[in-house]
Design a protein around this ligand. Structure first.
Ligand code: SF4
Ligand code: SF4
Length: 398
């Protein structure tokens, strides 16, 4: 796995920029633009800035980093763009090429440090609800209990990677799920019932996708190389990824790196866990009563184009028909480091999404992303509604 040359990446950036005809179709669906109506908050504005830089205009680096950071990565603009401008590709390339490995602010430096030190990474995952909700989280006993449980989990010994997986179909859980013993137990229950013979692979490593939010190529390649080395050693026949963000990140590896045939094969055999499970002929032992809606995570719905798989599973598990709440532009407001860099906009977007979900009248919101769950859990609970991860719900009926 060798990073592509700077000149190659620069050419890719130019190509992506040249696709934009400045039609403005992307603006209407941008949640950030809805709350901060500056042209530079939209993809069109960011593209104009990047083109000016490409043409040689001098602009302060901190200002560029600030403008580029005003993006949730929700992919609404990608889906609404008639010319198929790939916002993820643009953002990753712009950050990598313009930053030259420097951090524009303490947020990037803190995330960098978090990834370098394993224990610090555990602590940052542990404190995720605090980072999202600030002091509000301290008043929530549910969150404090969950942080305490995570703390206990984080102290547990790090087992060596499970590499006895040759020829097997495996589930790659991703860091957030892997560090929560209760959720990992539910994943195991669901997979054992819906896909017997499939094995949960533990401690293989991190997908490194969040690192693409800070511009550090060497850190990203170090983390992702370690994961791919473990995949290569384990030789699974198929990899089912439980986290939509991990799988979405995998899709961007082949344009950032020259991959060996073994590494390309790993990407070819990697797919979405929920799509796989939705094809199972499993029938639940019982069905769950109550009213439910589903929050589509950005990377799953717009990034990977997966809408029906979670709905197929929920149709089997629920008594009542799912109350739909998908809307163009819907995002939980988290956006990785966006929530720390722009807490007020993040909170406003979250509130708007909470209102959309409450309007369905559903008692419980289900989602398939752990961070969406963290983001929406507290404000929904304050309004008397519940949240649940789809795996936790399925574990109740298997
Ligand atoms: S990815 Fe989302 S937040 Fe970022 S510019 Fe596009 S629509 Fe706006
Ligand atoms: S919709 Fe696409 S082509 Fe139109 S302004 Fe936005 S990025 Fe450019």
């Amino acid at each position: 796995m060798k990073p592509k040359s700077q000149s190659f990446l620069r050419e890719l950036l130019r190509n992506e920029l040249s696709k934009c005809v400045k039609c403005g179709s992307c603006m209407a669906f941008c949640p950030v633009f809805r709350h901060q109506t500056q042209e530079s908050s939209t993809m069109r504005g960011k593209i104009a800035l990047l083109q000016a830089l490409e043409e040689g205009r001098e602009l302060p680096e901190a200002k560029i980093a600030q403008i580029l950071s005003r993006c949730l990565g929700c992919l609404n603009c990608k889906n609404s763009c008639p010319n198929g401008v790939d916002v993820s590709r643009l953002s990753i390339l712009a950050r990598l090429l313009l930053s030259r490995g420097k951090f524009s602010d303490w947020h990037g430096a803190a995330l960098d440090a978090g990834y370098h030190f394993r224990m610090f990474r555990k602590i940052s995952l542990l404190a995720l609800p605090l980072a999202i909700h600030k002091e509000k989280a301290l008043g929530s006993t549910k969150i404090i209990k969950s942080i305490f449980r995570r703390f206990v989990d984080s102290l547990s010994k790090n087992d060596p990677p499970n590499l006895d997986l040759e020829g097997k179909t495996i589930v790659f859980p991703g860091c957030v799920l892997e560090q929560n013993s209760e959720r990992l137990g539910n994943l195991l229950k669901v997979v054992s019932a819906l896909a017997p013979g499939v094995v949960i692979a533990k401690n293989l490593g991190c997908c490194a996708t969040p690192v693409l939010g800070i511009p550090d190529f060497s850190l990203h390649s170090m983390i992702v190389k370690k994961l791919f080395l473990n995949f290569k050693r384990a030789k699974p026949a198929r990899i089912l990824v439980a986290c939509p963000t991990c799988l979405y990140g995998f899709r961007y590896l082949s344009f950032l790196y020259d991959l060996s045939p073994d590494e390309s094969r790993i990407l070819e055999i990697s797919g979405d866990l929920y799509s796989f499970l939705s094809e199972s002929d499993w029938k639940p032992k019982n069905r769950i009563s109550g009213s439910y809606t589903f929050h589509d995570p950005c990377h799953q719905a717009r990034g990977l184009g997966i809408f029906s798989a979670p709905r197929v599973l929920l149709k089997k598990a629920l008594h009542e028909t799912l109350r739909e709440s998908y809307k163009e532009g819907s995002c939980c407001g988290f956006g990785g480091i966006f929530t720390i860099r722009h807490p007020a906009i993040s909170a406003a977007i979250r509130e708007q999404r909470v209102e959309q979900l409450l309007k369905t009248g559903a008692e419980t919101t289900i989602t398939s992303c752990w961070t969406c769950l963290e983001s929406l859990g507290l404000p929904l609970s304050q309004k008397g509604a519940k949240t649940l991860h789809i795996l936790d719900l399925l574990a109740k009926v298997v």
